[in-house]
Design a protein around this ligand. Structure first.
Ligand code: WT7
Length: 653
């Protein structure tokens, strides 16, 4: 049975327990309030959840779509909202983060300690000339300094661009150049799978030509690995931040002051710098974090397993939890180091009550088997979350039974780097849960599933997911590329009667109740382990290798990672004699990893003599996906040369 067919037959239902509902943060009248007065609802959330140095008088300015301005005449300081005000409210001794390093070293940071550390870092950054609006690149492992660095940048009204530590020197440099970063904050190295992986050497490599905009590199000592030093440019964190003053007054900035740029893959080879601003974003992530995760800050221990290099790390490791005064767990390493039960050991150790993870991780644990989690006491868990890709009903039910003791609600949260925060999700204590479906838009969020003709589809039908009204956490643009912003998200449904609609790039289906089931991307974007990768970006990495004449990349279904990168390459005739197909495939897999980062390394590379193309020269990815997923070939009638697919499949046998 295909996956969509099996989804259609999924009819398990899990109503909220009365005990959970009685104590739930979210009350069902949120839906009514939001539909009665959507903007008023958001304004109430902004006032309720944040501290405004200058209160706003206007909620939304949508006079020039697709550029939205939320709470625009209000002023706030994002770091103050995440830190100082909690200390002022008497919560200075509450733990903000329980940090666990991969080797087992630990650090606990209370709100008072974190506030002091951020103030010291802000003083150092200010001393290095960082001012409001300047861009700072952050390339760090999952250590507390990553969070301190983000907040110190935010405190100064500057803009951070966090680059995931797994990205290559080239990828880092592209992002530094695009944002014109003045400062890079990195570490000597970090721990991963029991070893130190170098970071500072990668930064050095990316800046080697001496022609970037970077003036300074601030280096945290973590890995203890040897690093080269550029006098005048490089500074140690422990020589500067540790000794700086912890007095620093947070200045208020306009609500639309940029907060961060986060690069994500699109349909072309060039990553998009997604721009988020301050007041609307913080309102959205605080509201969703509190209601979707049923956060009781005074007693919950919350753990989102994401790295700060991804948007989940921004919204639901840093800004949402801190704005709400939550206590979080953060972990540096991989789930299987030094043993396959590491996550469950940490749940027991810290008494985690709320766990937020990706389906890929759940499926990996399923494969390992229930004996690992069953070695640990997971009874503290009372709510589970899922993010990044569709979660198949089997994994959902396993997650609830084996990790959640058969009782915890699971919130399957749909959102994107661009949306800033969660858009579609059940509300625990209110919604009757359906495994495999993200279900309903949150109060305040308006979505629709449209057919190709732009008309809403009926129940039981599929189409394209759109957001029909602006929302506070929405992206404000693509960094310095307004045209791409308009084309990518707003052109597909530009002529809707009430203004342009945001097109998310996902396919979705409404079931008989009108609930939403996500069906994956409809563009040339892949989703591998919940991380977004572009086919074009990997194709261009492949053709940058001297052996490669042509390449085509597809995302093929993968039992564990959701999708996997599968590449088809034509090797130049001159090389075909030198290396065998399998040698070439190995070299090229390593090349992609070195060019982009290990996450982009293809699962398989097939060396072929031709690629299937339409008469207009477009590669027929659909057919390649059929091959990669081992299916019977679909319709080949539009191929220029129907023999091509025969050649390819023969070679794969
Ligand atoms: C894409 C966004 C959201 C933070 C992590 C990924 C897919 C995300 C779900 C979900 C089905 C999901 C979509 C979306 N996606 N969450 N709960 N169910 N699909 O952020 O890298 O910006 O990727 O991830 O395809 O468009 P991202």
């Amino acid at each position: 049975m295909s996956s969509i067919d099996s989804l259609l037959h999924e009819d398990r239902r899990f109503p909220p327990s009365p005990e959970f509902a009685a104590d739930a943060v979210a009350k069902s009248d949120l839906y009514g309030q939001a539909s009665a007065d959507r903007l008023g609802f958001w304004a109430d959330r902004a006032r309720e959840l944040l501290h405004w140095h200058t209160p706003f008088t206007q909620t939304l300015d949508w006079s020039a779509p697709p550029v939205a301005r939320w709470f625009a005449d209000g002023e706030l300081n994002v770091a103050y909202n995440c830190l100082d005000r909690h200390v002022a409210d008497g919560h200075g001794d509450r733990v903000a983060y329980h940090w666990e390093g991969e080797p087992g070293d630990t650090r606990t940071l209370t709100y008072a300690e974190l506030t002091a550390e951020v103030k010291r870092a802000a003083n150092v950054l200010a001393g290095l000339g960082i001012r409001a609006g300047d861009r700072v690149a952050i390339y760090l492992p999952m250590i507390p300094e990553a969070i301190v660095a983000m907040l110190a940048v935010a405190r100064l009204g500057a803009v951070h661009s966090v680059v995931f530590g797994g990205f290559s020197a080239d990828s880092l440099r592209t992002r530094i150049d695009d944002a014109e970063a003045k400062l890079v904050i990195t570490a000597d190295g970090g721990y991963r799978k029991g070893k130190v992986f170098p970071l500072k050497p990668t930064v050095d490599e990316s800046l080697a030509d001496g022609r970037s905009t970077v003036e300074h590199v601030l280096v945290v000592r973590r890995g203890g690995n040897e690093v080269a030093w550029t006098e005048g440019r490089d500074l140690w964190w422990h020589d500067t931040v540790a000794t700086a003053s912890d007095e620093h007054e947070a200045e208020a900035f306009p609500a639309e002051n940029p907060l961060f740029i986060l690069y994500t893959s699109g349909t072309t080879g060039k990553p998009k710098g997604i721009l988020h601003t301050s007041g609307g974003y913080l309102t959205h992530v605080a509201y969703t974090h509190r209601n979707v995760f049923d956060l009781h800050p005074e007693r919950d221990v919350y753990w989102s397993t994401a790295d700060v290099g991804w948007v989940t790390g921004h919204s639901y490791v840093v800004y949402g939890p801190l704005a709400n005064g939550a206590t979080s767990v953060i972990y540096e390493g991989t789930p299987d180091t030094p043993h396959p039960g590491r996550w469950w050991e940490l749940v027991q150790k810290y008494g985690v009550t709320i766990l937020y993870a990706a389906p890929t991780a759940i499926r990996t644990f399923m494969k390992i088997g229930r004996q690992e989690p069953q070695k640990w006491d997971l009874s503290s868990l009372r709510l589970l979350g899922s993010v990044g890709e569709p979660i198949n009903p089997e994994a959902w039910v396993w997650y609830r039974d084996i990790i959640g003791g058969g009782t915890t609600p699971i919130v399957d949260t749909w959102w994107q780097t661009e949306t800033g925060g969660i858009m579609i999700s059940a509300l625990p204590g209110i919604t009757t849960l359906k495994p495999g479906s993200a279900q309903v838009p949150l109060p305040g969020v308006s979505v629709e599933v449209l057919g190709e003709d732009g008309q809403p589809v009926g129940n039981g039908q599929g189409g394209l997911l759109v957001v029909t009204e602006p929302w506070p956490g929405m992206l404000r643009g693509i960094w310095r590329d307004e045209q791409r912003f308009r084309e990518t998200y707003w052109e597909r449904f530009a002529d809707a009667p009430d203004g342009p609609l945001y097109f998310a790039g996902d396919g979705a289906r409404r079931d008989a109740d009108g609930d939403i089931w996500l069906l994956g991307r409809v563009d040339d974007v892949m989703n591998v382990s919940g991380h977004r990768l572009s086919t074009a970006e990997i194709e261009s990495a492949l053709v940058s290798h001297p052996w490669v004449a042509e390449s085509a990349v597809v995302g093929a279904r993968d039992e564990t990672t959701g999708q996997a990168v599968v590449a088809f390459v034509i090797v130049k005739a001159s090389q075909a004699e030198v290396a065998t197909a399998s040698e070439a495939a190995e070299v090229l897999r390593a090349h992609v990893s070195q060019q982009i980062g290990a996450i982009a390394r293809p699962r398989q590379i097939f060396v072929v003599t031709e690629l299937p193309k339409t008469r207009s020269g477009k590669i027929m990815r659909r057919l390649l996906r059929d091959v990669a997923e081992g299916r019977e070939l679909g319709d080949t009638t539009t191929l220029t040369d129907a023999g091509v697919m025969q050649v390819i499949t023969d070679r794969l046998r």
